[in-house]
Design a protein around this ligand. Structure first.
Ligand code: AMP
Ligand code: ZN
Ligand code: ZN
Length: 420
């Protein structure tokens, strides 16, 4: 049983844990659907994720390469994230078209009813196929004869349904953005049968900077501009390779970011005994199990905590689609936008920041709105689209690549207007 402070509820511990992991180029795997021949023509897709890029940064920070991409293609007013508005659940929703309750990655930290724990910063656990339900798009593509490559993506290190991307990397955030981009360009440009038709690319710098210094901070702006130059390198590289009429670039984020401060802080010990709970996560998204099994009493105690909404596991708001998976905790909760919670002991070790940022709030909080910009031969030019849910991206990419999608929660009809 894990006590309240034994789970890293804080990303700073997480970052330290990631340092030291080496980056390997994991070679081509030979697991292809028997008899499937890789089509030689057709379009390609690069899906880029900028972790934590809030929709409005495109206007308030004016990153030149992303703006140019939006002008050449289509931009949505925002991309609606799924609940919980956390990194692992949403990245895996983007590539499966499934809500987190339907794809199994229900939180960044998960207690399985059989006693196993998933922690997103555990480099071995993320490779375990048992956690990853549903079918990510690289599995769909590989099975239908298209090569794929992921320079980091949630789930890409695990053999899901026995399949990995042809090229993938073990997560290591020290790899410079330019090196990630150049590798993806090389995959797209291959002249042999390993030419990649679907590439995935991931950047964490914007999320990190805004957690540390706040979403409107000079650091966050610097990170946005840094990732924007990597996008410029990607788009320029595609053009220089003569692939601009064949390759589509889709840039998304997993969620936005709310400003936090040292005043909007809830100390849980003031309302309940934190040691009475087994904790998967606390703030801003709460997932708890009362150690004595008395859920009604625990809910009653938690309802006294200000700025916190709590629900028993199968009574979360219907619009969250967050029900029905045994990995969802007995008690689920969410703090009001911009508030943080923790125990007295936790805040003694890590005092609340004067200016920081958090996500994990309700999916309808304006600060949680995510990014969607896309350009290429499949997309309309110069269009501004209405907001849409990230569950529809799987069907969208399947349509561009000519793939038959696996059953999922999205629909092509919701996003067809983005296409030419
Ligand atoms: P959070 O903001 O706490 O929801 O999580 C963001 C963190 O997830 C980033 O700081 C990354 O370091 C980490 N992360 C993102 N993708 C991966 C991955 N594929 N494997 C391991 N960690 C990842
Ligand atoms: Zn994230
Ligand atoms: Zn984050």
């Amino acid at each position: 049983m894990l006590g309240i402070m034994s789970i890293p509820v804080n990303r700073f511990a997480v970052r330290a844990a990631v340092i030291g992991v080496t980056t390997l180029t994991v070679g081509a795997c030979a697991r292809h659907a028997a008899g499937a021949a890789a089509p030689s023509g057709g379009q390609s897709v690069v899906i880029v994720s900028i972790d934590g890029f809030r929709a409005d940064y495109l206007d308030t920070m004016d990153p030149p390469h992303l703006r140019a991409l939006a002008a050449a293609g289509v931009r949505a007013r925002w991309l609606q994230p799924a609940m919980p508005t956390l990194t692992f659940p949403n990245h895996y929703t983007i590539v499966t078209g499934l809500y987190p309750a339907h794809h199994g990655i229900v939180n960044n930290h998960i207690a399985d009813p059989d006693g196993a724990w998933f922690h997103y910063n555990d480099s071995l656990e993320v490779r375990e196929s048992r956690w990853w339900e549903g079918e990510p798009i690289w599995v769909t593509a590989e099975r239908q004869g298209l090569r794929t490559g992921a320079f980091f993506w949630v789930g890409s290190e695990a053999a899901i349904e026995g399949v990995r991307p042809t090229f993938y990397k073990h997560y290591d955030e020290r790899v410079p953005g330019a090196a990630r981009v150049d590798t993806v360009l090389a995959w797209l440009a291959r002249a042999d049968t390993l030419r990649v038709r679907l590439a995935l690319l991931y950047f964490s710098a914007v999320d990190h900077a805004a957690h540390d210094s706040g979403p409107g901070s000079p650091d966050a702006r610097g990170a946005v501009m840094g990732v924007d130059s990597a996008i410029g390198r990607l788009v320029g590289g595609i053009a220089a390779l003569g692939l601009a009429d064949r390759v589509n670039v889709i840039v998304v984020s997993d969620h936005g970011m709310a400003p936090t401060n040292a005043q909007r802080v809830v100390v849980l010990d003031d309302y309940l005994d934190p040691s009475a709970f087994e904790v998967a996560s606390i703030s801003p998204f709460l997932a708890l199990r009362p150690k004595n099994g008395n859920v009604p009493a625990a809910l009653a105690a938690l309802r006294r905590v200000p700025h916190l909404a709590v629900f028993p596991r199968d009574s979360t708001p219907e619009r969250w689609h967050y029900r029905g998976n045994p990995r969802i905790a007995d008690i689920v909760g969410v703090l009001d936008e911009g508030w943080v919670a923790g125990t007295r002991e936790y805040f003694a070790r890590r005092p609340p920041r004067a200016h920081g940022g958090e996500h994990g709030y309700d999916e309808n909080a304006p600060s949680m709105r995510a990014l969607f910009v896309a350009a290429g031969p499949a997309f309309r030019r110069g269009a501004l689209a209405a907001p849409f849910g990230n569950v529809h991206l799987y069907d969208l990419v399947c349509a561009i690549l000519g793939l038959t999608p696996a059953p999922n929660d999205g629909s092509l009809d919701s996003v067809r207007t983005l296409l030419r």
